[in-house]
Design a protein around this ligand. Sequence first.
Ligand SMILES: C[S@@+](CC[C@H](N)C(=O)[O-])C[C@H]1O[C@@H](n2cnc3c(N)ncnc32)[C@H](O)[C@@H]1O
Length: 184
Amino acid sequence: MNQKLKTSIAYAKNLLVTGAIAETSRHVEIEICKYIPREGNKIIVEFGVGHGNITREILKSISPTSKLYAFEVNKSFCKHVSETISDSRLIIINDGAQNVKKHIKGDVDAVISSIPFSFFSKEKGLKIIQDAYGLLRNNTYYSQVLYTKFNFKKFQQIFDECYMKSNKKTITEYVYHCKKSNTY
Ligand SMILES: C[S@@+](CC[C@H](N)C(=O)[O-])C[C@H]1O[C@@H](n2cnc3c(N)ncnc32)[C@H](O)[C@@H]1O
């Protein structure tokens, strides 16, 4: 059985937590990394690692001295990624995005997320977005992939500038890019 099929089966078995039956597309892997800083000692946060397809793309994008803190609630997905990605810049955290402030205190340079907001209560969703906004530096981005446009307003409520990207080939995937601007 090939790896993509194994991943789909694992996601489908955990559908109520993954919110997906397949990995996000190659187009999304590239689009969602658009605002990751490529140089310097940066701190990147990922929400929803799954089997690590976006994680690999983030690691390809960042500098050798940057760090990626990757949050995933499913223990077996964390194990899978720690066994298949060997990279000292990657710190896997087996906890939910709603607990990000327990693990990271600030100065984050990008948040990349594929967690299923449609499955969260409004309060939980807004807390995750608000906490991420609080941790990000000025002039940085939170980028989120979702299968619907319906959560966009929650991001607009908190972030200073937001836009949405979709692709003709993958019309069911939307990437929201949300910027934290200068806050004096
Ligand atoms: C749609 S899958 C995306 C997986 C992969 N990053 C991709 O792009 O294909 C969503 C992932 O988020 C995880 N997840 C769900 N709720 C979460 C939460 N509150 N915090 C962190 N991860 C969560 C799920 O277990 C699942 O692995």
